[in-house]
Design a protein around this ligand. Structure first.
Ligand SMILES: *Cc1c(COP(=O)(O)O)cnc(C)c1O
Length: 230
């Protein structure tokens, strides 16, 4: 399949998931994850009209960002080492992996020095898998309260990664858990403004994530492909 065919097919599946769950298509944003592909393929992705680009390591993203950074909105979706904050702050509009105070402190320091606002997702480990990064669900509220002291960090919402399952349906409790956590946080007015965004769902489970309320889905292999020329 060509890139254009993949985009069309994914779009159809997104629309159907929205219909099934009574959601509006405009509320679901697609991040094209380009971590598997080259700069020229990333350029084709932007040419095709997709505007949100996701990368999970600065080392892999640097060349692409230097060539194409002004053309899209860039999302840092992987684990962020504190010593990489100076590289990504201001280049990536969204950081999807805010999961510890030391990272928040460094983001605040760099953002304040450069007079930036950094949009973030607080990453929560809903599944309890110990290989994944992210806060325990019980830590989310105290962590969000701590973030009040950082005026240059804006929290857009919550992010999670579901464990890879053979059946997409098996991921549903994880996505539902993130949505319920967000609703709970909003009921108790923990953040300055209500949290809206949920970053959840990847190639193998994005339809279930949409049914459970995802507003940002992060699609690599199914959309961009895994190799050059695919
Ligand atoms: C790689 C990656 C994705 C995309 O993965 P696919 O399964 O190829 O869609 C999404 N989110 C994160 C955090 C990733 O690292």
């Amino acid at each position: 399949m060509t890139l254009e065919e993949r985009i069309r097919e994914v779009n159809t599946r997104i629309e159907e998931a929205c219909l099934r769950s009574g959601r509006s298509r405009e509320d679901v944003n697609v991040i094209a994850v380009t971590k598997y592909v080259s700069t020229s393929m990333t350029e084709r992705v932007l040419d095709s009209g997709l505007t949100h680009i996701g990368e999970n390591r600065w080392q892999n993203a640097e060349e692409k960002w230097n060539a194409l950074g002004s053309r899209g909105t860039w999302h840092f979706i992987g684990h962020l080492q504190t010593n990489k904050v100076k590289d990504v702050a201001g280049k990536f509009e969204y950081i999807h992996s805010l999961d510890r105070l030391s990272l928040a402190k460094e983001l605040e320091k760099v953002a304040s020095a450069r007079n930036l606002e950094i949009k973030t997702f607080v990453q929560v480990n809903i599944s309890g898998e110990d290989t994944k990064y992210g806060l325990e669900p019980e830590q989310a509220v105290p962590f969000l309260k701590e973030l009040h002291q950082f005026p240059h960090i804006k929290v857009a919402g919550l992010m999670t990664m579901a464990p890879f399952e053979g059946e997409a349906e098996d991921t549903r409790p994880v996505f539902r858990g993130l949505r319920e956590l967000r609703d709970d946080i909003n009921r108790h007015a923990i953040t300055r403004e209500p949290l809206i965004d949920l970053s959840m769902g990847m190639s193998n489970d994005f339809e279930v994530a949409i049914e459970e309320g995802a507003t940002w889905i992060r699609l690599g292999s199914i959309l961009v492909g895994k190799q050059e020329g695919e």
